[in-house]
Design a protein around this ligand. Structure first.
Ligand code: NAP
Length: 281
């Protein structure tokens, strides 16, 4: 039997439509929503991602300004840009795109993004608030994981969830969101001993590593739900997930595809957050 495909496309479309309706209301009230993306890299997959955010934003009626500081931007220049956008009354959402130039740490610089505009939950304060159960924007990718599981009616309360990856943008916030939903969460990382022994006891496996095909059939229990966050560019211009779908699909109960799973929901949630940020002002 083959795993059910948990596509993110339908969910993403409905979130985009809701964001577009919110944006239209704001525009009618003379407060058109605006998103700003700060870029300081020549990385091609990052450029592709930023273009896709900008396209989706414009389609939803959200202005998207991309501020490209160049791949040799200094941490000071990046911080100044974030500070200035945070103070700009016409801007409602601010994203700091990664990767950054060597020596520039996202977790240091994102502190310059005003909390109310931190639509991708990059400011460490947002993660702290999330961990404390206080209102904050969660990183969109982490939220997308839970949103997809909810969309397909997958129960989380009391279930064992293994999150593979502990980055501040995906693994840790996803673990907090899942914990908030009363899941029993285990976080795995590169030092986890016998990864398969841990993940194969979970009802839900969330893979957020960035290593194509790391999660194979031996890592999942029969019938488990698998969420693949990984997006590794392939030589032929495609994207590979962390999950070896060819083997896992024969054992898991359900699996998100790459592309077309977490990715489109992430972009849609950035739009929703921007509209929420603009509405709250
Ligand atoms: P990251 O910062 O590089 O973190 C990767 C994590 O994976 C680290 O915690 C690392 O452990 C862990 N890891 C590495 N090798 C491992 C192994 N063999 N076994 C178990 N854990 C291992 O990456 P990220 O920013 O979280 O992104 C993860 C993936 O998600 C990437 O493919 C990225 O492109 C993708 N992503 C997708 C979206 C989307 O919208 N779909 C958005 C953001 C990111 P240590 O902490 O011990 O080093």
């Amino acid at each position: 039997m083959s795993a059910t495909v948990l596509s993110g496309k339908e969910l993403a479309a409905s979130i985009r439509a809701e964001a577009a309706a919110g944006a239209a209301e704001l525009a009618a009230a003379g407060r058109p929503p605006k998103l700003a993306v700060v870029v300081a890299t020549a990385d091609e997959s990052s450029a592709w991602y930023v273009r896709s955010i900008a396209r989706a934003a414009e389609k939803a009626g959200i202005t998207c300004n991309v501020l490209d500081l160049g791949a040799d931007a200094t941490p000071g220049a990046i911080r100044d840009a974030l500070t200035s956008l945070s103070a700009d009354e016409t801007v409602h959402g601010v994203i700091l795109q990664t990767p950054l130039p060597q020596g520039a740490k996202p977790e240091d610089l994102a502190g310059a993004i005003a909390s109310g505009k931190d639509v991708d939950g990059a400011n460490p304060l947002s993660l702290g608030r999330l961990a404390a159960g206080l209102p904050a924007f969660a990183p969109a990718t982490a939220e997308a994981v839970v949103a997809i599981l909810d969309h397909y009616g997958i129960e989380l309360s009391g279930r064992r969830v293994a999150v593979v990856g502990r980055s501040t943008v995906v693994g840790k916030p996803a673990a907090h969101l899942l914990l908030d939903r009363d899941a029993t969460v285990t976080i795995c990382h590169s030092r986890t001993r016998d990864l398969a022994a841990v993940t194969s006891t979970a009802d839900v496996v969330v893979a957020a590593v960035g290593r194509a095909g790391l999660i194979t059939a031996e890592h999942v229990s029969p019938g488990a739900v698998v969420v693949d966050v990984g997006t590794k560019p392939t030589e032929d211009g495609g994207l590979a997930g962390d999950v070896d779908a060819a083997t896992v699909a024969g054992k898991a109960g359900a699996l998100t595809p790459v592309p077309g799973g977490v990715g489109p929901v992430t972009t849609a949630l950035l739009l929703r957050h921007t509209v929420q940020a603009a509405t709250a002002r």
